[in-house]
Design a protein around this ligand. Structure first.
Ligand SMILES: [Mn+2]
Length: 408
């Protein structure tokens, strides 16, 4: 995304909504985080679409000011810049504000469209991929903030380069729709239809060969999406990237805790089969359960990562796979923005290889990326997840977009 994103971007720009475009150019120059950079300059410049955009990214905008007139005093427009050429106008320090605070302030504002795609590529009817924001957070046990994950991911996605330098295609052309966020009350113990709202959102997509990509939110929400996928695919297996086994029957008395998600998933599958990658945290109760029950759970320990064979990992799965990525599976050096970070995790390219292999050799029917908990002032992890989501889409639809298997 560095310079390349702003510079050339011939067709790309046209495929993105004007707003995001402005935003990206502004940022690129300022080098700031996505959201902040858009303040005054652009807002004014934009015209009709202004309404929508204004909401998404510009808390300081004139409009916003109206809402929270008190606090967000009209910060002076960086500069009385031109019209639709915000690209040049350096967004000054506007971008320097604390991301988190900003995110929180915008909690009631409409979320940006993933990648800032234009309607041509993001309409619900034609898009193969549906990105589903789920700001669910009710059982986080350590650092909180994962409810802010979806917004941070969508905002950072405005900066992701649309051309994939590995696949040599523009994956977004498969069509990527950004759904309305799914808000759910805390799932209570004994619930017969846990995460039902998410289930009802995912169900019709899976039944119509759309690809649901859920962005969380805490890990427990995976159950809602998997329930829907497992109804159509009876052999459904789970590929889980995570630092934690999450195989506790319950955690702190809560069966729907993020720390029990894998146990719940295992329970819910017609033919239980889970393969976990990146694990480096397991309790003795979980270890004992695995030793005594010998469940169909394959663990690829993080400490053995230098010896992993990705074909071997993928071979443990059934034909139809649901991919769940807890970002703490990545090493905490590149992914510090998560509730329960663990050292010794996966690096970026290992994760790319894993996703690539499973997407080429299996039918990945749905996926989620969870547990991003944005840190104020640190936008790299947010961008990592946004790019991860786009790479996942690229790998998943590479063959349909004309890429040959030889790239693997
Ligand atoms: Mn985890």
């Amino acid at each position: 995304m560095t310079k390349s994103s702003k510079g050339p971007k011939p067709t790309s720009t046209a495929d993105r909504q004007p707003i995001s475009r402005a935003a990206s150019s502004a940022k690129s120059k300022g080098g700031k985080a996505a959201t902040k950079a858009k303040p005054s300059a652009k807002t004014k410049t934009t015209s009709k679409v202004a309404a929508s955009k204004a909401k998404k990214a510009t808390p300081t905008k004139v409009k916003k000011v109206v809402n929270r007139s008190s606090k967000v005093a009209p910060k002076a427009a960086p500069k009385a810049s031109p019209k639709v050429a915000p690209a040049k106008s350096a967004p000054v320090k506007a971008a320097t504000k604390a991301p988190v605070a900003k995110v929180a302030a915008k909690a009631d504002e409409k979320l940006p469209v993933f990648l800032g795609l234009s309607p041509k590529y993001s309409s619900a009817a034609s898009a193969r991929v549906h990105v589903i924001p789920v700001p669910y957070e009710h059982t986080t046990s350590y650092k909180q903030g994962t409810a802010l994950g979806p917004r941070a991911i969508l905002e950072a996605s405005q900066e992701v380069e649309l051309f994939d330098d590995e696949l040599w295609i523009e994956p977004f052309k498969i069509g990527v729709h950004t759904a309305e966020p799914v808000d759910m009350a805390r799932v209570q113990s004994g619930e017969s239809k846990p995460f039902q709202t998410l289930y009802e959102t995912v169900k019709p997509l899976v039944d119509n060969d759309k690809f649901p990509l859920v962005i969380g939110g805490e890990h427990s929400l995976t159950l809602g999406a998997v329930r829907a996928c497992a109804e159509r695919y009876k052999d459904l297996s789970i590929l889980q990237v995570d630092a934690h086994c999450d195989l506790r029957p319950a955690y702190e008395g809560d069966p729907y805790s993020h720390a029990s998600i894998s146990y719940r998933l295992y329970e819910s599958l017609p033919n239980p089969l889970i393969t976990q990658v990146g694990i480096r945290n397991v309790s003795w109760q979980e270890a004992r359960w695995m030793e005594t029950e010998t469940p169909k759970v394959n663990i690829f320990w993080a400490r053995m990562q230098d010896k992993w064979n990705f074909n071997e990992i993928v071979n443990t799965l059934s034909d139809n796979v649901y991919l769940t990525i807890d970002v703490d599976g990545l090493d905490s050096s590149i992914m510090p923005s998560t509730g329960t970070p663990e050292p010794g995790g996966m690096n970026w390219y290992q994760l790319m290889e894993l996703i690539k292999h499973v997407c080429v050799r299996k039918n990945v029917v749905g996926a989620d990326i969870v547990e991003l908990s944005p840190i104020a002032g640190l936008h790299a992890p947010d961008f990592l997840v946004a790019k991860l989501a786009y790479k996942l889409i690229g790998y998943r639809f590479a063959l349909e977009l004309g890429v040959t298997k030889k790239y693997v």
